[in-house]
Design a protein around this ligand. Structure first.
Ligand SMILES: Nc1ncnc2c1ncn2[C@@H]1O[C@H](COP(=O)(O)OP(=O)(O)OP(=O)(O)O)[C@@H](O)[C@H]1O
Ligand SMILES: [Mg+2]
Length: 380
């Protein structure tokens, strides 16, 4: 799929943006703090998935204005669809969202129409960084292909916060242990569902990631991805998330209760699970070099794009925010060769040698270049 028209006004610092992006490559360049990532974020919002930057509603609107509007047309392979989103202060939560002229309740109603994958410099830390980054990656990726997931994971977070608060109250003697039951049951049901979906997602990731990794390592290295659950020994083939799985989860929570009370927080559950990578049988977190970590991270993101393409029979729009300068020539070429049939938006600070080389490579002979300055965009 590809975006054919994009109009943005009053979203953060963006003013009167009106572009007709190229169906292959679009390069957005400009100095720091000019609005490049804001534009990527405006596109991302139209995918109906919560902001990858965790922007709050009130911060969508320009500080010196009182409304924002985004209008985006995209070709889904069969027809052109139109998305529009707008909000006016002070009712920043009430967004006026519509799809093909039909009003929707919220931005999340846009879910499942426009698919995007965003690569940011932080994503390059995905393999090397802390487990919460990998859980966040899994959560966002699963949410992109499973509409009900985001609300389940929000409910889980909510129940977890309440259970942790109770654990502390019990330790202080201001609540009794049986008040935990309701949250234990909730967490075990929601957690079982989350673990099952994440496990299945990791299998899909591996399906695409394994050959990609073999290629990036010139056939020398074999990648394995493992969903490491703090509750279940083996998730293969398990589907009964409301029955057997939830019972097993609940029993594990009960067994761990004394330890939870002692530490004051819930020590097991999907909020402590991890996505583990192994290269040639060795754990990446212990043995991988900086370069291997980066390759794993890139390949996880590429696999995410491939999964979306497979699920929708149509490739997603790729948003590369500021990552080219972070990659050496061979990794740049590798990434480009894998996304060459997709529409790409690339942000960078200058049309440096690296980027212009990449842009001139055969697959990038066609494309558009835009300059962003103080939130205004011009075609170069
Ligand atoms: N609500 C807002 N109203 C006006 N300006 C905003 C708002 N939110 C953020 N900004 C401004 O947007 C600018 C940042 O834009 P953005 O993150 O898109 O920059 P960038 O071009 O990607 O820069 P870099 O190259 O450093 O990543 C900052 O100057 C910031 O002050
Ligand atoms: Mg930026």
């Amino acid at each position: 799929m590809h975006i054919t028209r994009l109009k943005v006004d009053g979203f953060k610092n963006l003013k009167n943006v009106d572009i007709s992006p190229h169906k292959d490559v679009n390069i957005l360049y400009g100095k720091n703090a000019q609005g490049k990532t804001n534009l990527i974020e405006a596109i991302w919002l139209c995918s109906g998935v919560r902001s990858f930057r965790n922007t709050k509603d009130r911060d969508f609107i320009s500080l010196d204005g009182d409304r924002f509007s985004i209008e985006l047309d995209f070709d889904d392979g069969q027809r052109i669809q139109n998305i529009s989103a707008a909000a006016v202060r002070p009712n920043v939560k009430d967004k006026n969202v519509s799809l093909n002229g039909v009003k929707l309740k919220a931005l999340s109603g846009l879910f499942g129409k426009l698919f995007c994958v965003v690569f940011t410099p932080e994503d390059l830390e995905l393999s090397k960084g802390s487990p919460d980054k990998r859980r966040e990656f899994l959560d966002l990726s699963v949410a992109q292909i499973k509409g009900s997931y985001a609300s389940v994971s929000a409910k889980y977070e909510n129940a977890l916060v309440q259970r942790n608060a109770l654990l502390k109250n019990i330790a202080f003697g201001s609540a009794s242990k049986d008040t935990l039951d309701i949250f234990d049951v909730q967490l075990s049901q929601l957690g079982s569902y989350i673990a099952m979906l994440r496990y299945n997602y990791v299998k899909k990731l591996l399906y695409f990631a394994a050959p990609l990794y073999e290629e990036i390592s010139s056939g020398k290295e074999k990648l394995e991805l493992i969903y490491q659950s703090t509750v279940f020994d083996d998730l293969e083939g398990r589907t009964d998330f409301a029955g057997d799985m939830a019972n097993e989860y609940l029993a594990a929570m009960k067994r761990n209760l004394d330890s939870d009370l002692h530490s004051g927080f819930t020590q097991i559950g999907v909020h402590r699970d991890d996505l583990i990578a192994r290269i040639n049988g060795l754990y990446a977190r212990d043995y991988a070099s900086q370069g291997q970590h980066r390759s794993i991270a890139l390949i996880l993101k590429l696999a995410q794009a491939y999964i979306l393409a497979q699920e929708n029979e149509n490739s997603p729009v790729i948003l590369l925010d500021d990552i080219l300068s972070e990659l050496d020539r061979s990794r740049q070429s590798f990434v480009f060769s894998k996304i060459k049939d997709m529409q790409i938006f690339i942000t960078c600070c200058s049309l440096s040698e690296k980027v212009s080389k990449a842009e001139k490579s055969p697959d990038f002979s066609k494309g558009r270049i835009y300059h962003i300055d103080s939130g205004k965009i011009t075609e170069a």
